[in-house]
Ligand binder design. Structure first.
Ligand code: B3K
Ligand code: ZN
Length: 877
């Protein structure tokens, strides 16, 4: 990047907009060569602004071809306004004015998937965060909320379905085979929630009766070939609507709620008012083509977008530094929903694994930032794990501190007080304070301080005094721009596990309490304890911190079997596995002989033979910490040694427990009809985990996988078997045949072919890069589709760590080239691909220098988009 350096935007510079937009009237005339957008804005000066004489400065972008501007019906001469690649400035407006602009845009040439663009045969939009300015000149900021009326005109044969936000108020025929539909959204909204869709779409319809008895029409629009994949999305939507009424008292407000599925989409989905736009991968589901994991993902994303109707749309963000106000809260809400719909413990374990592996890595890397950042260059780079997942953890901690009833009253107050407003995170916390009477001043540091806090705990038991003393010490490493941290308020849910289970901690007989650690050092003494217990700390992962307690192996095994907290039972097993893997990684790196731990084998054996345990939990407990998590926890990442150590342990477990794995595999080979319910999903997960181990033993595993592949009536079992075969050195021929058959059978199912690409991209055997490069030429791959990029390129760079980090540097070179190819075509997708390279400081030589050099080449590229520039520059510091 050699030209003008991108500007940094600071939270401290926030000013209210000098103008408000009472009404926004849009006319889209969709044409073959261009689209004409006519925008009429009813403006008034904002009395809260201290710039009462300010020029009107509308945001725009270089793709807008301005045709005309008029004020109060009078066309403006060209020398009376100023138009550049980022804005349109009109001086001298009265306190009220109607400004009309007319622009031409070319959605058919738009490859960024922001603003108005084409996905296959349809037009669609993505406006969050700042895509509306790619459509027309506007005050494109979330605190400018307006009432929108949108007329869409297009050729009737090609685009029979024309949609926008709100209710359709008029439709009609026009000359030349064209038609129009006019939509009106009665709720004021910021431009980022605007949506438009035009295409040949089929629709699945249903309805929902809200808690006050209103009928809401529900519609899911898809291409005709996907009509058989809408049931699960529709059911998830209805469950979400009911759940939000029951759990948060939130009722839907319009008479219609629409979802449209599009193939080319930068993320999962978008919560546009009344017209959610979804990536096909986030809404379509059918047992024949969709795995259990995707069924659950669809349920969670449908819920997430629906919940935004209140946490995001009715109450929105004042500015983009407040992004976690809607995202952290909504992720928290969707995780509660998924926990209620499925197994709460399983959901918590999945969420925490994800947070620890990916958010902790982000928090410890060069892009580390607070949940409420104070500066950014490109806002799209701040749709992060920190803003979303850590933001959700903060909301969860507030609930833990306040208790569920007060938290609910706090959220009611927040929604009532701020309905129709654009507010800050501060206002959310304030509503919680006002409801509870609690001072959350120190707690607010969670929003402002970046980095993952560490909590060191030690304990001692005094038999004479019958007391347990727990000593807590908290600290937080330095992060970019924040060398020193103040102590956090850390809610630690804890219990004491005795010989035969939880011990009472107080005279009420409570077996767990929430202890608040708010000082750097703190001590808790628990009295009347008759035996030396094992502390069970941070139950349900009550705070997003790194816990350090020197558990012995025996203590961990005791917790694995006896802790009443399911999350901590699982976590004890993870710690056991992690400690062994850490030691074996060092041994492998030093080329010392590797030795298996017999206690881990025994612990696994108990899990496999106890039929009373929940299969989903057993499956999770049998999964060793992932390579990605081992990378996160390592001080210096020796990718090959980590891979070998993990494989060694898996092999040793498989050899020692062949019979037990086989018995479990057979016990959970379900005969019933497929259902994506928690019970069946848990059983399939356990069965396929067992199959993964059996593959390592002998030919029997290969035969089981081949049989499962051929006979599976659902995509979960089919894909699991395929993945087992593909990763098995002893099944080369079977894998080849299975891949061919799979391709033959699903070549017309884009989402299934993405899975096919991903399974191959993550094959950890040698030669992976060559296989990936060959697949780039396969018709199932395309650099224009974000899902395919994520499956193949992302699958290799994030899901095949041993090959991506090959010390010959080929993986980094590959990724660098793809980023350079993609950056101007689709900045957001390219920016997401940068993540693995940003971790260069954690790698030994030669990897570290190779990654750094790749970043440097990217940073030096001419005309680099600011999305990539920001990440490259910050990572190189
Ligand atoms: N709000 C959108 C994310 C928009 C991302 C823009 N780069 C989806 C969601 O979080 O629900
Ligand atoms: Zn969201």
């Amino acid at each position: 990047m050699k030209d003008a350096l991108p500007q940094t935007i600071y939270l401290k510079d926030y000013k209210v907009s000098p103008f408000e937009i009472e009404k926004t009237e849009l006319v889209f005339d969709l044409g073959e060569h261009h689209t004409r957008v006519t925008t009429t804005l009813s403006l008034l000066r904002n009395t809260l602004s201290d710039e009462q004489n300010a020029d009107l400065v509308l945001h725009g972008s270089k793709g807008l071809d301005l045709q005309s501007v008029s004020v109060d019906g009078q066309p403006l001469e060209e020398d009376t306004y100023n138009c550049d690649s980022e804005s349109l400035t009109i001086p001298g407006l009265a306190d009220r004015a109607v400004v009309t602009t007319e622009v031409l845009i070319k959605p058919q040439d738009n490859t960024t998937m922001m603003g108005l663009y084409r996905s296959r045969t349809m037009y669609c939009t993505q406006c969050e965060a700042e895509g509306f300015r790619d459509i027309t000149y506007y005050l494109d900021r979330p605190d400018v909320m307006s009432e929108f009326t949108t007329k869409v005109i297009a050729d009737k044969a090609q685009y029979p379905v024309l949609l926008s936000n709100g209710n359709a108020i008029e439709r009609g025929q026009l000359d030349g085979g064209r038609h129009f539909v006019t939509w009106h959204d009665p709720f004021k909204k910021p431009a980022y929630l605007f949506a438009l869709v035009a295409g040949t779409l089929s629709c699945v319809e249903d309805s929902f009766t809200t808690m006050s008895g209103r009928q809401v029409a529900l519609q899911i629009f898809v291409e005709e070939k996907d009509l058989d994949k809408c049931d699960h999305g529709m059911l998830s939507l209805k469950h979400s609507m009911r759940w939000d009424e029951e759990a948060y008292g939130r009722e839907y407000d319009l008479d219609i709620f629409m979802i449209v599925a599009v193939d080319d989409f930068n993320m999962g989905a978008m919560e546009n008012k009344g017209l959610n736009i979804f990536n096909t991968s986030a809404v379509l589901a059918n047992p024949k083509t969709t795995t259990d994991a995707s069924f659950q993902r669809v349920e969670a994303i449908v819920a997430h977008e629906y919940f935004h109707n209140w946490s995001g749309n009715r109450v929105t963000c004042r500015d983009w530094f407040q992004l976690s106000l809607k995202e952290g809260f909504t992720v928290y809400r969707d995780s509660q929903f998924s926990a209620d719909m499925n197994s709460a413990t399983v959901k918590r374990i999945e969420d925490v694994s994800y947070l620890r592996t990916h958010q902790f890595a982000e928090d410890g890397g060069p892009m580390s930032h607070p949940v409420q950042p104070d500066a950014y260059m490109e806002i799209n780079n701040f749709y992060t794990l920190t803003v979303y997942e850590k933001g959700a953890e903060i909301v969860g901690m507030i609930r833990t501190l306040l208790g569920p009833d007060t938290f609910r009253k706090g959220s009611d107050l927040y929604f009532d007080r701020h309905d129709g407003q654009a507010v800050t995170i501060e206002e959310f916390v304030k509503a919680m304070e006002d409801t509870s009477g609690r001072d959350l001043t120190q707690f607010r540091r969670w929003y402002k301080q970046s980095g993952t806090p560490q909590l060191a705990v030690s304990s001692r038991y005094d038999a004479a005094d019958r007391t347990v003393t727990l000593d807590f010490a908290q600290s937080c490493p330095a992060t970019p721009g924040q060398p020193q941290k103040q102590p956090f308020v850390i809610p630690v849910k804890l219990g004491l596990v005795g010989e035969s289970g939880d011990l009472p901690l107080n005279s009420n007989g409570d077996t767990d309490i929430v202890y608040e650690v708010s000082q750097t050092h703190q001590q808790l003494v628990i009295e009347n304890i008759d035996e030396a217990p094992v502390p069970s700390l941070l139950r349900e992962f009550s705070a997003p911190v790194k816990l350090d307690y020197a558990y012995s192996k025996d203590q961990l095994i005791h917790l694995m079997a006896n802790d009443s907290d399911g999350f901590n039972r699982w976590d004890a097993g993870q710690k056991l596995g992690f400690e062994l893997l850490e030691k074996l990684t060092a041994d492998s790196h030093q080329q010392r002989p590797l030795q298996m731990d017999s206690q881990l084998i025994e612990a696994y054996k108990s899990l496999l033979t106890d039929a009373s345990l929940d299969p989903a939990m057993v499956a999770l407990m049998l999964q060793l910490p992932s390579e990605a998590q081992l990378h996160e926890e390592a001080t210096l990442i020796h990718a090959e040694a980590i891979h070998s150590a993990r494989l060694f342990v898996r092999q040793a477990l498989a050899d020692a427990l062949r019979e037990q794995f086989l018995a479990v595999y057979q016990r959970h080979n379900i005969e019933q009809d497929y259902a994506p319910d928690a019970s069946q999903i848990g059983r399939r997960s356990l069965k396929n985990t067992a199959l993964g181990y059996l593959m390592l033993v002998d030919q029997m595993g290969v035969e089981l996988a081949s049989k499962q592949f051929a006979g599976a009536d659902n995509m979960t079992d089919k894909a699991a078997a395929l993945s087992c075969l593909v990763n098995c050195p002893a099944a080369a021929q079977q894998a080849k045949t299975a891949l061919q058959q799979f391709e033959q059978q699903y070549r017309d199912e884009a989402l299934v072919m993405n899975l096919w690409l991903q399974i191959q991209a993550s094959n950890s055997q040698s030669g992976a890069l060559e296989r990936v490069e060959a697949l780039e030429n396969h018709p199932a791959f395309s650099l224009s589709n974000p899902n395919k990029i994520r499956s193949l390129i992302g699958g290799f760079c994030n899901g095949n760590l041993v090959n991506f980090n090959n010390p010959d540097g080929s993986g980094y070179e590959f990724l660098k080239q793809r980023i350079l190819t993609l950056h101007s075509r689709n900045p957001q997708v390219a920016a997401r691909l940068m993540t693995p390279l940003t971790r260069w400081k954690k790698f030994p030589e030669p990897n570290s220098s190779q990654m750094r050099e790749a970043l440097q080449v990217i940073a030096d590229e001419q005309g680099l988009v600011k999305d990539i520039y920001e990440i490259a520059i910050k990572s190189l510091q």
